[in-house]
Design a protein around this ligand. Structure first.
Ligand code: EPU
Length: 432
């Protein structure tokens, strides 16, 4: 366990390059189980979630090499000898459920621990199972495990998702690549990470079209081959950095991003009065404005405002003049950063899926606890902007999704220090 000591109040300045996308890399790693040929995945950031996903596919028999310095992963799933990833990994990271589709498609069976609730909400998997069942998979639940099996090859099907779930779209899309016949997913998720997964699958010889729209068609093939593929830049990391610039009154240029992926954030930043400049086709510069104003915000599936940036954007609203209303529609429990922000003198009232934020001139440093990945990112944004010192406990959550983040923020002028704390200190903090 670690905590992060942040001395706030320094405008961040400079240029920073975005790393590869966590939420694109995780399904692509799962998809590498679909082929018995070697797969090279480039631009994969060194994150706790990536390491966990590699441990999951390694536990199934895939051979995995990760060159941390080059950020290249080599996966060779020549022979898979297990269909049951360890329960503790599935519990720790829900994305490990994404091996279900590939296992059913390749081996015709899978046994996966039921992913329980998590900090940001209950997050069921009913849509994953319904879609795969329409393709001929049968499921039973016993002893906390979901057992899935198919009689022979999966069959293409016409699937309508009740909600455009990212994970369900990914699981069904992966399974459908090796199914007999054509699968159409209606009301599919259209996030850039879905488009990236389709790009990876097609580079292995799959026939996926329509990714990025709400209707995806997959014509099944007999087998997939190896490939070399680079994942897209992480739009959430990019957005977090742009918000860090806005809240510290800084001047940061974020490079290696896809501006289109950040349209919803850029629109909202401009509405608050922050200066946003598209420097070129892969860079955005944000210059802070000390007089930002309140705006209302609603999270939605892409191309709506991403839930993964709502906590960080709320920090900007906590420092903007007037009253903002934030409505969270994707996860039921994504206001866990608010407790920490209240300790830092923010004025926020949460009722159900709404947060009413009354802007203050300043936030002040305080001891706070990070409860999940994006809450950790939000508290870090707040700490960088606040007067005085903030100590963020349980900062390890941050490393699930942000690689070398302290080092990169330090290069922009942040004053940070990571401290390792003992188990007893940690339990004292948790009780406090
Ligand atoms: N849902 C269901 N049934 C299902 C699946 C989802 O009811 O079978 C509900 C969920 O409970 C949730 C909503 O649908 O309320 C959205 O879930 P979705 O399946 O779209 O999300 P996910 O696949 O679990 C991915 C990202 C999340 C990101 C969401 C939304 C990965 C590994 N995770 O999760 O990322 O917030 O899409 O964009 O891609 C993060 O990076 O911090 C993170 C949580």
């Amino acid at each position: 366990m670690h905590e992060l000591i942040v001395r706030g109040g320094f405008p961040l300045k400079g240029t920073v390059k975005v790393k590869g996308s966590k939420n694109a890399a995780l399904p692509i790693i799962a998809a590498s189980l679909l082929t018995d040929e070697p797969v090279f995945i480039e631009d994969v950031p060194d994150l706790l979630d990536v390491r966990d996903m590699l441990a999951v596919i390694g536990s199934l028999g895939a051979s995995v090499k990760y060159s941390h310095t080059d950020e290249i992963i080599t996966v060779h799933s020549l022979k898979l000898d297990s269909v049951e990833p360890p329960g503790y990994l599935v519990q720790r990271m829900r994305a490990s459920f994404l091996v279900l589709g590939p296992l059913l498609a390749r081996l015709g069976k899978a046994s996966i621990s039921l992913p329980g609730g998590c900090a940001i909400g209950s997050r069921p998997v009913d849509l994953h199972l319904k879609g795969l069942a329409a393709m001929g998979a049968e499921f039973s639940v016993s002893g906390g495990f979901i057992e899935g099996k198919t009689a022979g090859r999966l069959r293409g099907a016409h699937i309508y998702l009740d909600y455009p779930s990212v994970g369900a779209t990914e699981n069904i899309m992966m399974a459908a690549t090796l199914a007999q016949g054509t699968t159409v997913i209606e009301n599919a998720a259209s996030e850039p990470e879905i488009v990236d997964l389709a790009g990876f699958l097609n580079s292995c010889g799959a026939r996926v079209s329509g990714a990025g729209t709400n209707s995806i068609r997959i014509d099944g093939v007999l087998d997939l081959g190896g490939t070399r593929y680079a994942v897209i830049p992480d739009r959430i990391e990019a957005g977090t950095l742009l918000i860090c610039s806005a809240v510290t009154g800084g001047d940061i240029t974020v490079t290696n991003l896809v501006p289109e992926h950040l349209n919803p954030l850029v629109a909202k930043l401009r509405e608050t009065g922050v200066n946003v400049e598209e420097v070129d086709y892969s860079a955005i510069r944000v210059t802070g404005n000390s007089q930002t104003k309140a705006v209302d915000l609603k999270t939605l599936p892409y191309p709506g405002f991403p839930t993964d940036l709502q906590p960080q954007f709320s920090v900007l609203l906590a420092l903007s003049k007037g009253t903002s209303m934030v409505t969270e529609t994707v996860f039921e429990n994504r206001f866990r950063h608010v407790d920490g922000l209240l300790c830092m003198n923010a004025d926020i009232q949460v009722e159900g899926s709404h947060a009413v934020i009354r802007g203050r001139q300043n936030l002040s440093g305080a001891p706070v606890l990070a409860s999940d990945l994006r809450a950790a990112a939000a508290l870090l944004c707040a700490a960088l902007a606040a007067e005085g010192i903030t100590v963020i406990g349980e900062i390890d959550h941050l490393w699930r999704g942000y690689s070398c983040f302290e080092e990169r923020l330090t290069a922009l002028g942040a004053k940070l220090q990571r401290v390792k704390i003992s188990k007893s200190e940690h339990s004292d903090q948790a009780q406090a």
